[in-house]
Design a protein around this ligand. Structure first.
Ligand SMILES: [Zn+2]
Length: 70
């Protein structure tokens, strides 16, 4: 069965840069995820604060330090 939501599902991976170690990574976010969440860096294990919001009909993601040290 085909739905129009197939296009949105393709936007589930985001390229981000770790604010701690500077590593560039692709993160996967479920299509219904938005708001703010905490996720550990896969490289240095520091906590990211990941902010997800809708910008028109696509999502944008920003990563900042989740431990309040910025
Ligand atoms: Zn890192």
């Amino acid at each position: 069965m085909r739905t129009k939501e197939a296009g949105a599902a393709m936007d589930s991976e985001f390229h981000v840069q770790c604010p701690y170690c500077g590593e560039e990574l692709d993160i996967y976010l479920e299509p219904d995820v938005q708001g703010t969440l905490i996720q550990d860096c896969e490289v240095c294990c520091n906590p990211w604060k990941v902010e997800v919001w809708w910008d028109g009909d696509e999502r944008s993601v920003a990563v900042s330090r989740g431990d309040g040290s910025e």
